[in-house]
Design a protein around this ligand. Structure first.
Ligand code: HEC
Length: 134
């Protein structure tokens, strides 16, 4: 006896059986992609074409929190950075200001990595502002 009715498991996948559904799914995917790129693309006339910098706090948590407390002056690997600007001086006695904090981040220290190759200038500025807010 010949089996004229192939088993259900041998049927093509659902999207091939329903070309209309496949087209709809593709269209939805395409639209989703468009929306995402519309959100990240710079607005015409905006000052810079670079993607927006992540927040200083998020960067701090990714890059600095492993060695520096943000909520205390206690030492972790490096000194805690709370109220750094209010204290006015680094441990080495140099004055705390935007330029010197930027320099720490760019160049690092004896036991701290420098970030000049791994952070964009806008990210470093965001970090400086965040450290200033601690
Ligand atoms: C691997 C650990 C480590 C990481 C990561 C790190 N630091 Fe440091 N940092 C140190 C150490 C240790 C010192 C003390 C000076 C030295 O020995 O280099 C320091 C010193 C500093 C100082 C001077 C503080 C003072 O009062 O003297 C600042 C400001 C600073 N770091 C900011 C940052 C920022 C912002 C980040 C993130 C972009 C960061 N550090 C990432 C270890 C680290």
């Amino acid at each position: 006896m010949v089996d004229r009715n192939p088993q259900p498991s041998a049927r093509p996948p659902i999207l091939l059986r329903h070309p209309r559904a496949a087209r709809l799914a593709l269209a939805a995917l395409f639209l989703a992609t468009l929306r995402v790129s519309a959100q990240t693309a710079p607005r015409p006339g905006s000052a810079s074409a670079a993607p927006p910098a992540p927040s200083g706090q998020a960067l701090y948590e990714q890059r600095c929190a492993i060695c520096h407390y943000s909520g205390s002056t206690a030492k972790k690997i490096g000194p805690g950075l709370k109220s750094l600007y209010a204290r006015g001086k680094f441990a080495d006695g140099r004055r705390v200001d935007d330029a010197s904090v930027t320099e720490w981040i760019v160049a690092g220290g004896a036991d701290m990595p420098g970030y000049k190759d791994s952070l964009r200038p806008a990210e470093i500025r965001a970090l400086v502002l965040y450290v200033k807010s601690l």
